[in-house]
Ligand binder design. Structure first.
Ligand code: ADP
Ligand code: MG
Length: 634
């Protein structure tokens, strides 16, 4: 036995204290997950040792039979979990078992409410890891030694989970980690053979490292009684112990797929769907990709953890290998196991290997196909879309080659239902297109209501032509990369000349031309009054209720994107709108009959109102108010 030296007591990082507190109270009804977390860590440690030993066999210290052992003592109320993996040194122990270094931690903690059920869900999503031991234990002791270090470099960590822990140097002849849980009075039920075996099978069947438990056999005499002193203990492997992805699809149950997802994604909830593929030929790989059912805390952190777990010939190489999926699919979790890369591949080498690009484009197709399949179930797909839709919208800009495939996966709000729910696909839109309609129309605004009530929609509503209502921050950028779908061009109703295709008949077009002629002098007068505030003035037939609207030239950046870029500190060249007047409107009629002073005021008011209706900002709002009041009191 060893004696501990160089003992010190340290405080947990504040975040750990908060997590411990909440976890112990909120996860009571889900206590058994502690075992999954600890086995998962032990398996990771074995994976890491196997990887490190590729270059340096000596790290095995003569024991390359990687395994996890679980023992219990029901009398003492303890469970011991042992692995012969990579182990930790003193520094590792202090940082790994005293802090949380994960991204999104602060955000996670700030979302906690103190309401047990809600918090339990959040904690589950965040992942509790090592600290989950304290859900069932009132003291946890860890003894560990890093593979390759000397016996005297062992470390012992102890804590009662109440704000502090101690570390001390110990002698430890074996590398790897041993965790002893001193179970709480009301958690002693876990120190039971049957219970533990069931939990191992439930949570850890898919882990390739064998999980063993001792089995004691006693010889019997002729009368069937135990022969005293004849007990023989053997170690029995409890889990399936083959890598799940390496098994044939037909032999893996849905529950196993789900359990495996929870292991790799550190998620409590089920995935929405998955896709398991084995590819042989020019490329040789197996992939298992999942779509989570909920968003991780760092979804919008573009530097956050993403990508797949990479294995080469079943040897774990790295977590979060982001080279194999594009950024817009960063919510996809999974495993890639390939024979095409060498075992000593590193992140740097991955960036240079042309095979990586080939696998990436294959996995991207798989992921998009998986989403296409998911879309057959409208309700499930809506869950997906509401969670990850705005990430997928980055796709057409990032991945030109798959533009059309991604476009088919997009969902929008539309005047078809006039609700904010993004539930209409472009294919559905195309099916509903009017006879003679050639384009897919959309409007972009800062909010759903601004889009829905945009004056630009008036003629479309009158003619019964559907318009997509876009109001996410990314939408205008998305549309700038999505110019076509199914051979039909997409058109922003607030840009360029209005073209309703053959939906308008010859008579209507002729009548419009005549009106334009009749209003030529009015148009000229308005242009003179507004000077270089506008590029051009026209009469329009796109309005039915509003007196005027502003339109941007076809290829000009839209107002939404301008505002976003300006808010980000960019200076953009000024763009002058085209003012379009509704010749049928009473205000326009009043304008025609006005004297010069009133005419100038009204013309400015019409322009300013049109800008406001567009969600734009006036250069001189006070001048607008003054003019409006003078007209109101005239
Ligand atoms: P995560 O597994 O998500 O990193 P955990 O809280 O489960 O978070 O574990 C924290 C860290 O502690 C691990 O990343 C690992 O470095 C270390 N660790 C935990 N258990 C072991 C173990 N059995 N062997 C080696 N290191 C371990
Ligand atoms: Mg863990």
């Amino acid at each position: 036995m060893s004696t501990a030296t160089h003992e010190e007591t340290l405080g947990f990082q504040t975040e750990v204290k908060q997590l411990l507190n909440l976890m112990i109270h909120s996860l009571y009804s889900n206590r058994e997950i502690f075992l999954r977390e600890l086995i998962s860590n032990a398996a990771d440690a074995c994976d890491k040792l196997r990887y490190a030993a590729l270059d340096n066999d000596a790290l095995y210290e003569g024991d390359s039979d990687l395994r996890i052992e679980i023992e219990h003592d029901s009398k003492a109320g303890t469970i011991t979990l042992r692995d012969n993996g990579i182990g930790m040194n003193r520094e590792d122990v202090i940082s790994n078992l005293g802090t949380i270094a994960r991204s999104g931690t602060a955000e996670f903690l700030s979302q906690l409410s103190g309401e047990q059920q809600k918090d339990a869900k959040l904690i589950g999503q965040f992942g509790v890891g090592f600290y989950s031991g304290f859900i069932v234990a009132d003291e946890v002791v860890v003894r560990t030694r890093k593979a390759g270090s000397a016996a005297f470099e062992g470390v012992e960590w102890r804590s009662k989970g109440e704000g502090e822990f101690s570390v001390a140097d110990i002698e430890r002849d074996k590398h790897g980690t041993e965790i002893v849980l001193h179970l709480k009075e009301d958690a002693k039920e876990f120190a039971d053979d049957y219970r533990l075996q069931n939990l191992v099978r439930k949570y850890s069947d898919h882990i390739e490292v064998p999980v063993r438990m001792p089995k004691t056999e006693t010889a019997k005499d002729d009368d069937g009684n135990d022969i005293e002193g004849s007990e023989v203990t053997t170690w029995e492997t409890v889990n399936e112990a083959t890598a799940l992805w390496a098994r044939p699809k037909s032999e893996v149950s849905d529950d196993e797929y789900k359990a495996f997802y929870k292991h790799i994604a550190h998620d409590f909830s089920d995935p929405l769907t998955w896709s398991h593929n084995k590819v042989e030929g020019k490329l040789e790989y197996t992939s298992l990709l999942y779509v989570p059912g909920r968003a991780p805390f760092d979804l919008f952190d573009r530097d956050g953890a993403r990508g797949v777990k990479l294995y080469v010939q079943r040897v774990f190489i790295m977590d979060d290998a982001e080279q194999f999926l594009p950024l817009y699919l960063r919510f996809v979790k999974g495993v890639l196991d390939t024979r095409d890369l060498s075992l000593n591949v590193s992140r740097e080498l991955l960036q240079q290997d042309p095979k990586v690009d080939k696998i990436k484009s294959a996995l991207t197709k798989r992921a998009l196909d998986m989403l296409k399949k998911l879309a057959q179930d409208k309700e499930q797909y809506q869950t997906f879309w509401n969670t990850f839709g705005s990430v997928l919208k980055e796709g057409p800009g990032e991945d030109f080659a798959n533009r059309e495939k991604i476009a088919a996966l997009l969902r929008f709000a539309s005047t078809h239902t006039d609700t904010a729910a993004q539930e209409h696909s472009l294919a559905e839109y195309v099916e509903r297109m009017k006879e003679g309609q050639k384009k897919i129309y959309y409007v972009v605004a800062d909010s759903f209501n601004a889009a829905k009530n945009s004056p630009h929609l008036e003629i479309f509503r009158k003619k019964g032509i559907e318009v997509l209502l876009l109001s996410d921050r990314i939408d205008e950028w998305l549309m700038s990369h999505l110019t076509e779908f199914d051979g039909k061009s997409l058109a922003d109703v607030a840009k360029g000349d209005l073209d309703l295709g053959d939906v308008e008949n010859e008579e209507e077009k002729k009548a419009q031309e005549e009106t334009a002629k009749a209003k030529e002098s009015l148009v000229k007068r308005v242009k003179e009054a507004l000077g270089d505030q506008v590029q051009e003035v026209k009469v329009t037939h796109r309005l039915t209720d509003s007196p005027a609207c502003v339109v941007l030239p076809e290829h000009e950046m839209g107002y939404q994107m301008r505002r976003i870029m300006e808010a980000a500190g960019q200076t953009l060249p000024e763009v002058k709108p085209i003012l379009e007047l509704n010749p049928e409107h009473a205000l326009v009629a009043r304008l025609e009959g006005a004297n010069d002073a009133l005419f100038a005021s009204l013309a400015h008011i019409l322009l300013d109102q049109a800008i406001i209706a567009e969600g734009g900002h006036l250069d001189d709002p006070a001048a607008y108010v003054k003019r409006l009041n003078s007209v109101l009191t005239a």
